[in-house]
Design a protein. Sequence first.
Length: 155
Amino acid sequence: MCFAPTLNDSFVVPFLTVTDTLRHVEAQPDETFEDVALVLRSALAGDGDGVVGAFDKAATRGGVVAMHDLAWTLAGATVGDDIAIGPWRLEFPGIDEATYDKRWVARFLSAYANADESTAEALFGAAIADGKLPQCLLTLAGSAVATLRHRDGAE
């Protein structure tokens, strides 16, 4: 199945519709939206290898920048486009006791909500340096799916 969304289209993942008009992601290349669809389909199916494969595909095509763009677009799908313009504060009780990947996802989503790309880039770089990026991206994908299911009333 080939996805080639335009700026006015949506792409459909089984049980979910994710539009490509989210704040801060309008300028992403079509391949990023194809990768997001693949990540979400894989995460919905519980296929962690498929999620990793989608990020690997992005990395092969465009390196770390493409992986970051994919993560940023997933953050947009998670946060949504109907929130008020920030600033937003991260409120995550017990964040210091949370696992690395959960802290990372919370902070990455906060960076997205605040349109703070420099913080998102720093978080990405830190996860790479710490050898934790794969787990962080899996957790981000899981968070996106859980949020979208909740938003669509599936849970």
